[in-house]
Design a protein around this ligand. Structure first.
Ligand SMILES: Cc1cc2nc3c(=O)[nH]c(=O)nc-3n(C[C@H](O)[C@H](O)[C@H](O)COP(=O)(O)OP(=O)(O)OC[C@H]3O[C@@H](n4cnc5c(N)ncnc54)[C@H](O)[C@@H]3O)c2cc1C
Length: 338
């Protein structure tokens, strides 16, 4: 989750559930692209005006921003090319004339079809994130997009999603796109519990010597967090787990494990290995289909797990697989850095 090295940032896109939003509106600046086939320059997409209608705190540094179009000009969210895309928009900081990308959250039940939601962390000394967090309700925000970071292939059968902090936002989109049509296991690392209050892991980590074994836990098995009011994002994850529950399997195709640094539960390479191994030995092991490991989060997080992305000729590309994942036996798993 790294912005381009110039002030001219990219336009970004949305998940399938946002598709109907722009009906009857004048579309601006719609742009979708496929993985590693980026144009050398961002298109000059126009900014559309939105109103900040809500800012729901998630933690001391994070909030969910809720936006509605300010007038009859809105971002075109109805691009069929973005149907299976991980998407985001750019918000402008008008005084400095810079823009940053923010990943759209999937549409939730009861959400107005025109409303856009984003999880935004206030970065210490961050120009745009502080500007956004300082805005009062009713303030105008200029946004442009859509931009597709990655199109989720139709033939994907298994996903492991390694998310750090706000890197959970694209994971929510992928889960929303897959809707239980593929196995997905999210491993979400946070520095502090305040970012994922009420979240309990779906697979139990049982220490056996220096190794960990995994087994499914029953809901609410983690007594420490079972009775706590769930944070907004944990609730979204719970809803997505329900959505991914198929009647045939009678269980959710989506599993989530939480790792909280301040609780001494750091995500370790063996946690990832175990999840990959467990998916690889499941009943769908012989079914054809892609297996993808996504890594999403702050630059340092992505670098640690998969090595840095690269800028070549003004285009951001994946770069070679490095970091912790490069030392693992990933067999036929593809790694995608976001
Ligand atoms: C595709 C994509 C999707 C994204 N989605 C999200 C999302 O959903 N939610 C989200 O919160 N973020 C997301 N981001 C990150 C977001 O775009 C911004 O990068 C982030 O909000 C920080 O921007 P900023 O302008 O506030 O910080 P910047 O001003 O760019 O600063 C970034 C960091 O550098 C530090 N810094 C700045 N100047 C200096 C200096 N002189 N010396 C030392 N340190 C310095 C700041 O303290 C800050 O920590 C996404 C990024 C991309 C590319």
């Amino acid at each position: 989750m790294k912005n381009p090295p110039t002030a001219q940032s990219r336009t970004l896109g949305l998940g399938k559930s946002m598709k109907m939003v722009a009906a009857g509106r004048v579309a601006v600046g719609s742009f979708c692209r496929h993985w590693d086939s980026l144009p050398s320059q961002s298109p000059s997409g126009e900014f559309a005006k939105y109103i900040l209608v809500g800012k729901d705190p998630v933690s001391s540094t994070c909030a969910i921003f809720r936006l509605m179009p300010a007038g009859n000009v809105a971002i075109d969210l109805d691009d069929p090319d973005c149907e299976r895309a991980i998407t985001s928009l750019q918000f402008k900081q008008p005084q400095l004339q810079i823009a940053r990308a923010y990943t759209c959250l999937p549409q939730q039940q009861g959400q107005h079809m025109d409303e856009l939601r984003f999880l935004i962390r206030r970065e210490q000394k961050g120009e745009v994130s502080n500007f956004l967090h300082r805005l009062p309700i009713g303030a105008e925000i200029e946004a442009r997009g859509l931009h597709a970071e990655y199109i989720v292939p139709k033939d994907v059968k298994s996903v492991v999603f390694i998310a750090g902090g706000t890197g959970i936002a694209p994971a929510l989109q992928v889960a929303d796109i897959l809707e239980g049509q593929a196995d997905m296991h999210i491993l979400w690392a946070n520095r502090k519990r305040e970012d994922c209050v009420g979240g309990h892991s779906d697979t139990k980590r049982i220490s056996s010597g220096s190794w960990w074994s995994f087994s499914r836990t029953s809901p609410g098995a983690d007594t420490k967090v079972a009775n706590v009011q769930k944070s907004a994002l944990v609730s979204v994850l719970e809803d997505l787990k329900d959505q991914a529950t198929t009647p045939e399997a009678k269980r959710s195709q989506l599993l989530v494990d939480y790792y909280v640094d301040e609780e001494g539960a750091l995500m370790k390479p063996q946690d990832v290995t175990k999840v990959i191994r467990s998916i690889s030995t499941q009943e769908n092991a012989t079914v054809p289909g892609k297996k993808i490991v996504f890594v999403s989060g702050p630059e340092g997080f992505v670098n640690y797990w998969a090595g840095p992305k690269q800028w070549i000729g003004g285009r951001e590309v994946q770069g070679p697989l490095k970091g912790v994942l490069s030392a693992m036996d990933l067999d036929d798993w593809e790694v995608v850095k976001l």
